[in-house]
Ligand binder design. Sequence first.
Ligand code: NDP
Length: 341
Amino acid sequence: MFGLIGHLTSLEHAQSVARELGYPEYADQGLDFWCSAPPQIVDTIKVTSATGQQIEGRYVESCFLPEMLATRRIKAATRKIVNAMAHAQKNGINITALGGFSSIIFENFNLQQIQQVRNIKLEFERFTTGNTHTAYIICRQVEQVSKPLGINLSQATVAVCGATGDIGSAICRWLNARTDVAELLLIARNQERLQLLQEELGRGKIMSVEEALPQADIIVWVASMPKGVEIDPTQLKHPCLLIDGGYPKNLGNIIKHPDVHVLNGGIVEHSLDIEWKIMSIVNMDVPARQLFACFAESMLLEFEKLYTNFSWGRNQISLEKMDLIGQVSLKHGFRPLLMVS
Ligand code: NDP
């Protein structure tokens, strides 16, 4: 059995979902209540592969909300993640994806130190961040969506915001080694990590967001931001492809410009309907078939009986692992989302 640990994008979102799912006692509560709410299994999932193989999974709502980070309720945030992991393990789930901020909190606050959660000793090999599949899917989105928009990668400048992150660094590695992209712009706050990445790649220009955006033909947003930023589309190149891979979304505004094309990054579409309720709650356009690539990674590991923390730690995603997860993704019927708005 596979599992998905997820969370909602804001307090407002959580309140509306609680109402919708029939938990009225959660719907009128503020952030303090969510800080103390325990994890819950709220969905049972059935997935059929393109090969005909069937698997079953569970969705674990961690009750974490990004406002907990914004208001420095760090202890509550970290407790949410380890409690959700313990809950997944206690329920016999073999491989569980840590969606959205779960893996970021796990890494940033060194949660591998907290192995004991009450009477459960966490077995980390039962968990994956899902970041290898996410990075692979975003790279394929860059490759497959740019051409029809008239953007030729061999002449294109690609800006990666969140370049030094787990997903961002893997994307940079792939674009550097597997494509003939003309220029890479590397954006993050920590300059030392940016320089290390630049050394590893042997290229790439380190830039601020303000400097980079007007120069980019393709912008990949994979920064870990609890709230999105506002972008003025008139300041961007035309055409420009904006791939928003963040959860919550890195772009705070809905961009309406005929030459700025926005794509939901790190989203896959399955070739068959999935039996679940959860994706309509996170506002996917086609909830029976579209999902986060990190969640799909735990499904792929279950299909392949690869019970291992396939994606783990930080900045360890290799091209070989991206190739492997890409192959099984295709085999089981997943495709990158290619529809731009
Ligand atoms: P990491 O924490 O590993 O990396 C985050 C990156 O963002 C770092 O480079 C960090 O560098 C940078 N960053 C953070 N804040 C800012 C800022 N204000 N301005 C510029 N750069 C910033 O995160 P991951 O790589 O694991 O995840 C990245 C995003 O992808 C997250 O939003 C996550 O929720 C989402 N995600 C999506 C998935 C999917 O299936 N679609 C799956 C998993 C994650 P620095 O701190 O130096 O600024």
